[in-house]
Write a protein that binds this ligand. Structure first.
Ligand SMILES: Nc1ncnc2c1ncn2[C@@H]1O[C@H](COP(=O)(O)OP(=O)(O)O)[C@@H](O)[C@H]1O
Ligand SMILES: [Mg+2]
Length: 238
């Protein structure tokens, strides 16, 4: 469970104080699928960095499974990130000239796996995202949607409880974006993973069960989406 109380992140830029995040409070329970929306500059990535323990807030409190993240040292933070959290980014962030399998094996290497077990686990994760037949392809031999699937397999491979994705469909065409959202939905449904994703696309957000909207670093709405879009549904424009 994630609990944020009055989180803020201020940057001093010369005489100006930039309030990237300005007093955000919310609770996200295990197994929720949540979209964070808002215009460019509203604090979405800042919030994701704090949720993912990549960055510390300037003020407020953040509890991850009851543990106050501010009390953890660098090595404890790295351990929490490696064990509990999987990250997916807009630009995939895969290693070039490196096979899909090796990209997915990387977090396993950090976690201390080697040999056949490491390879088997990476292969299973690639199979899970529909890429069992592409394990030896490098990123430049894969489509954008396939590269994002490799990135999702890499995020999944250590079986984290929480998947965080910052604009995961932002670099994809809308049809491929929907396919990626359907993949997140099935991971959420079948593995019970908590999925938190950032998007500025309302259609993408409607695949989730809850939509939190940010504006100028503040939460301006936090609503249940009772009827998430199901797999295969046609796209309806705003
Ligand atoms: N490292 C930083 N230094 C100064 N200002 C920053 C920094 N990171 C983000 N900001 C500012 O904080 C605000 C929120 O940024 P961000 O969280 O990236 O927004 P979003 O992801 O919603 O586009 C923006 O005004 C941005 O310019
Ligand atoms: Mg951003």
């Amino acid at each position: 469970m994630l609990q944020a109380e009055n989180l803020s992140k201020f940057y001093q830029m010369g005489d100006n104080e930039v309030r990237a995040l300005d007093g955000a409070s919310f609770t996200i329970n295990e197994g929720e699928m949540v979209a964070i929306m808002g215009p460019s500059g509203s604090g979405k990535s800042t919030l994701m960095s704090i949720i993912g323990c990549l960055d510390a807030p300037t003020g407020g409190k953040y509890l991850l499974d009851g543990v106050a993240v501010e009390n953890l040292d660098e090595s404890q933070l790295a351990e929490v990130r490696g064990r509990k959290i999987g990250f997916v980014f807009q630009q995939f962030n895969l290693l070039a000239r490196t096979s899909a399998l090796e990209n997915v094996m990387l977090p396993l290497t950090y976690a201390g796996f080697a040999g056949k077990e490491r390879e088997d686990r990476a292969f299973k994760a690639l199979e899970r995202v529909g890429l069992g037949g592409r394990t030896h392809h490098a990123p430049n031999e894969l489509s954008g949607g396939q590269q994002q699937r490799v990135a999702i397999a890499r995020a999944l491979v250590n079986e984290p409880a929480i998947l965080l994705a910052d604009e995961p469909t932002g670099a994809l065409d809308s049809k491929t974006g929907v396919e990626i959202m359907e993949l997140f939905q099935s991971l959420h449904r079948e593995n019970g993973q908590t999925v938190i994703l950032v998007t500025h696309d309302a259609h993408v957000a409607r695949h989730t069960n809850r939509i939190i909207k940010l504006s100028d670093g503040k939460i301006v709405s936090d609503e249940v989406n009772a009827n998430p879009i199901k797999a295969g549904a046609p796209r309806v424009e705003e």
